[in-house]
Ligand binder design. Sequence first.
Ligand code: NI
Length: 264
Amino acid sequence: MSDVLNINITDEQKRFYQENGFLSIARITTDEEIEWLKTIYGKLFEGRTGEEKGFFYDLARPRGHEGRDELPQVLGPDITIPELRESIYYKNAKRLSSQLLAVDEKINVGGHMIYKPAKYGAETPWHQDEAYWNPEVFSNGLSVWMPLDSVTTESGCMQFIPGSHKENVRWHRHINDDPLIHGLMTDDVDSTEAIACPLHPGGATFHHTRTLHYTAPNTTDNPRRAYILVCSGPEKKRDKPAYRPWQDEEREAMKAAEIDVEYL
Ligand code: NI
């Protein structure tokens, strides 16, 4: 198992990623670390950690909604628990991302966790991560997605549209066309082209900022706990911002509803 400390991206894996915009690997951390992460995960979600600051919310329902969450998310778990930055997962994600991005310089790492409890909750609709990101720069990053549970199509493993990273950011809209719902979706996708990536706990997928991806609602008896690290190299400023009006719509709706969060 100590081999997991020394994994590297092979040339073949790099070629696959460049061609398809995603990559799946069987191991990025140890079973022991997964067990440790499950205890942290439980505490963060049960405690709704950082909810008042906007670090815990439901991706699929309006801010401040009543009732059970359908797609709860914790942002920046390593801000609350800095030990996460010392984890094998974190270190491997950072190193392997620098290999995939061909960036030797400092890699910036951000993180979030998305929880799909057993037999409950929403899909994560088709989207490109870059639709959420800063329109003033050319993004130079990828997301590493690691499940703490075995994942299948039925429990919400990652699904990707191969090659979609070579195209532009598509038109996105907020789920239910409600700008108080943070989750974005695009209708501009042919889901028959999707490739599903089932994984065992401690495996991981990598995907480019523009790769279209989706996860189904969890209809199984097991939870689907995912810990995602977003790894970015230096970004280049655009001459003029990319057109992503869904971001302005959300900011305006939040302001009108007098919802004030540190992070949007
Ligand atoms: Ni995403």
